[in-house]
Design a protein around this ligand. Structure first.
Ligand code: ADP
Ligand code: MG
Length: 253
């Protein structure tokens, strides 16, 4: 089955254990939401899967359509089809968005493929129109002086251009006002489909008013303590994270 599958993953940062036997499967074509309080390990999961060197994988498996990715370099993982939209995207002064994405697209070409600039820009402008992004956007330096909403839009444009099989969107809603949130949601809803599996990491339920997930997973202390349908997000909103703590404690007993 085509899916991003994570099995009993244990990850630490330095001496500190963050993910504890974390397991999750996101089939291609589905949108799964991962919710949980701050500090529970959501970004750690995203970055460990993307191959970030600060995170030590102690045991477990992560499979992209059956292929193990944990021993691969970040660029190899990316080329295999996993995309990560960062919670806190970096600024890259002096590098325009158009050139940044172009470099990533070129890095994906096979040995016999030629890069055709006119096709690249045609595709870039098409995606920007689809995502309702202004044309002037791409001549600006990556994330430099961007508002929270612009940074997230830039991440979504990269997602559109790189066309991955699986995307992890880490708190793509954080710090956004309602208009920016709708723009991001529109982008995700435009891109989702049978060829893309999405893991939507979010702290709040409100993004899920605009992007309806197939499944919701609630995380506490480095592992998933409850999974359910979209109504689980509403339950979480109503009951708060204390309820999750109680669930986690009950599960542990
Ligand atoms: P979340 O995204 O759910 O808020 P994180 O994965 O960012 O959680 O963090 C999980 C835990 O790991 C927190 O206690 C955080 O302080 C710690 N942590 C995250 N990144 C680092 C790092 N680079 N160095 C040390 N500790 C970290
Ligand atoms: Mg985080």
């Amino acid at each position: 089955m085509s899916q991003l599958e994570i099995k009993n993953l244990n990850v630490s940062i330095g001496e500190k254990s963050i993910l504890n036997d974390f397991s999750l499967a996101v089939p291609k074509g589905e949108v799964h939401a991962l919710m949980g309080p701050n500090g529970t390990g959501k970004s750690t999961l995203a970055k460990a899967l993307a191959g970030h060197p600060d995170y030590t994988v102690n045991s477990g498996e992560a499979l992209l359509d059956g292929q193990s990715i944990l021993d691969l370099e970040p660029d190899e993982i990316s080329r295999l089809g996993l995309f990560l939209a960062f919670q806190y995207p970096n600024e890259i002064p002096g590098v325009s968005i158009a050139n940044f994405i172009r470099a990533a697209v070129q890095a994906r070409l096979g040995e016999d493929d030629d890069f055709v600039a006119t096709e690249y820009y045609k595709n870039l402008y098409q995606q920007m129109d689809l995502l309702k992004i202004d044309r002037t956007f791409t001549s600006r330096s990556v994330n430099e002086g961007f508002s929270g909403g612009e940074k997230k839009r830039c991440e979504i444009l990269q997602l559109a251009m790189l066309n991955p099989s699986y995307a992890i969107l880490d708190e793509t809603d954080s710090g956004l006002d309602i208009d920016a949130l709708k723009v991001v949601a529109h982008g995700v809803n435009t891109l989702k489909g049978e060829n893309l599996g999405i893991l939507l990491i979010t702290h709040y339920q409100r993004l899920l008013d605009y992007i309806i997930p197939d499944k919701v997973h609630v995380m506490w202390d480095g592992r998933i303590v409850k999974s359910g349908g979209k109504e689980l997000a509403l339950e979480l909103e109503a009951k708060g994270y204390d309820w999750v703590k109680e669930l986690a404690t009950a599960n542990a007993c």
